[in-house]
Design a protein. Sequence first.
Lengths: 580, 162
Amino acid sequence: MDAARLEPRVPASSADPAPLLSGAQILMAALRAEGVDTIFGYPGGAVIDLYDELARSAIRHVLVRHEQGAVHAADGYARASGRTGVCLVTSGPGATNTVTGIATAYADSIPLVVITGQVPTHLIGNDAFQEVDIVGITRPCTKHNYLVARTEDLARIVREAFHVAASGRPGPVLIDLPKDVVNRRIAHAPLTDPIRLRAYRPNYRPNKNQLRKVLALVAEAQRPVIFAGGGVIRSGASAELTALARRIQSPVTGSLMGLGAFPGSDPLWLGMLGMHGTYRANMAVSHADLLIAVGVRFSDRVTGKTDAFAAQARIVHIDIDPTSIRKNVPVTIPVVGDCRLTLETVNQMMGAEAPDGLAAARRPWLDRIGEWQRAHKLAYRQGETIKPQFVVETLHRLTGGRAIVTTEVGQNQMWTAQFFHFDRPGQFITSGGLGTMGFGLPAAIGAQMAFPDQLVLDIAGDGSIQMNIQELATAVQCGLPVKVVILNNGYLGMVRQWQELFYDKRYACTRMDHQPDFVKLAEAYGALGLRATRPEEVEAVLARGLAAPGPVLMDVLVEREECVYPMVPAGAPITEMLLV
Amino acid sequence: MTAERHIFTMLVDNEPGVLSRVVGLFSGRGFNIESLCVAETIDPKISRITLVTMANPPVIEQIEKQLNKLINVIKVRDLSGDDAVKREMALICVQARPEHRAEILRIVDIFRCKVVDVGLAHYIIEVTGTEGKLTALLNLLRPMGIKKIARTGTVALLREPN
Ligand SMILES: Cc1cc2nc3c(=O)[nH]c(=O)nc-3n(C[C@H](O)[C@H](O)[C@H](O)COP(=O)(O)OP(=O)(O)OC[C@H]3O[C@@H](n4cnc5c(N)ncnc54)[C@H](O)[C@@H]3O)c2cc1C
Ligand SMILES: Cc1ncc(C[n+]2csc(CCOP(=O)(O)OP(=O)(O)O)c2C)c(N)n1
């Protein structure tokens, strides 16, 4: 029994006494005030009181099978819906199990609030049972984190945490809640004063002088390219981006994180940029005289050799986080601001009418891009075996391109990026920055919670899917009809590809000689399991799986040694592509 | 690109864990810390950190931006220019052989520092000044034999306009 529970210290009451509330009750009220309707979590001793309160609240709880799954699910929920994802886990191992998920969200700037239980304050530092310094552990992979020392601080910290997570450059925030802080009862009145974070004021509004310079560069440019990234999706700037591209007749490429920010079916779309980008995107950026980069961070997977990257271009970089600007590449015009506000202002300043002759002036550039397009299309050779690219193409066709798609990490992820053409933001959910295998299935569960009526697909590898396969039980228990399609090549395919291309085919430890029978495994979990082994079976199996009511695992035995092309060897200029 | 020495001064929330956020930023991103001073300001809720680092200009720019990004860092300033007063303090324990004692005291006098502890075979000298002054003093004392030294690292404040 907790001492704190027996002797609540009540502050002297004023004329109108606020009701006595426990920390747990204050937390639930604070979460409701933030509009939280879903929590992904896993209980334990340090949070048992919170769970007791949660079960009585209107908030839905998704019981995962591993805390890493809880964080990825909250992350998938956030990416699909644009809202902040919330997790609740116990102290010690519960908390450490969240670290990979938190780092994944941090790398991709996803808003999460992760609540961890902690041992009572008087035991902190004593190596108590299930005590870890989770605030210390997660300091480098959270946007901010808090140890709540007093029940009186709880409501304020929760509000601050949600504000910090979702504003500016979004990111995960962790709140560590000692058990006595949760149990203590205090006189609590709802917060009325505004958030006071004197050192945190993200700059949304761009500097107009900078934008005038941008307009001047745009007017001069003969060979512009717009490069859209995750920031466009985070800020909901797709409409503004699309309007700008059409207005200035500029082709658009995207980072992996930017797929869906611009319609993949638009004639101005170039496909993805970078290591596994399309030939035309990489060539266009390398020959552009103006690169308008919006909400991107110029990752090494995008730039290849930085000295050679967009070497002929002046670069405009719009980003809300000043640290993203000039971190990896030099920039001609930096613009610190929110993508949506900035593009909206640019569009207003420019006016809707294109100058006479713009279309004609742009013709040579667009024609040249058309030539690159014809020279090397994304392609693969059909054969006796099932080609993974064909599976992705078929999924795109069967779903009308409308599904929400998550991926695991590796070749499956790159083929999805290349062959499933995303038309809207939030439709493609993938771990780009950390590249976390095991992300896709729990993320699909989170996305399905956000959109119960949409088709949610996880395109998986046989290696990755086993990293969080236990979440199939979560999907079955919650009746979430996620569809998993395993591109089963019996290898850790992306690593094998590197070994094939750069290590003389020495396949050190990448062959998975023993795999479970995925069909039986699905059945053991209470899901439907299906398998395709020959090309002619693919369509029927996928169609059947997609139409089935509950969760489905489709095991598609694909060509074992297929490679993802184009590929730019790490550190090479992006014009040096290995092609099919 | 050549590395430059920069002095950053920052006001931070005086809360547990804040120093570790600042230091963790440097270790995690491979930035270097030459010296670091931390203490409360007049306002007990706020501490001042003075930090000296060496890096090339783009990295210096990143360091300043990354520091500004920390939620507990209220204000950052680069005080590398001449418009700031910079001081460092050191306690130097120097061997004081009979034939050196007078010479050491003469040096102490010239540098306007103080002897704060005397023994049969040592002096402890307290010195405050610019980094240049400390270096000059150390160069003069080195031949006598420096037994131990404790330096504070630089603290700095922007001069007020006249
Ligand atoms: C196997 C593998 C291969 C990969 N290959 C490629 C590849 O070929 N090509 C590729 O592109 N990626 C690839 N990636 C992904 C890569 O690692 C990065 O995750 C990705 O390039 C980063 O995308 P981004 O630049 O859009 O940045 P994000 O990580 O999405 O960052 C978003 C940027 O937008 C800013 N921002 C956020 N919110 C706002 C706002 N409201 N307003 C303004 N700015 C905002 C942020 O400050 C940040 O700078 C690969 C990953 C894996 C695992
Ligand atoms: C947690 C984790 N461990 C290791 C890696 C390194 N890694 C990147 S891709 C990959 C292979 C993935 O294999 P699989 O899931 O079968 O997908 P495929 O590439 O075959 O499509 C590995 C091991 C990683 N990204 N994440």
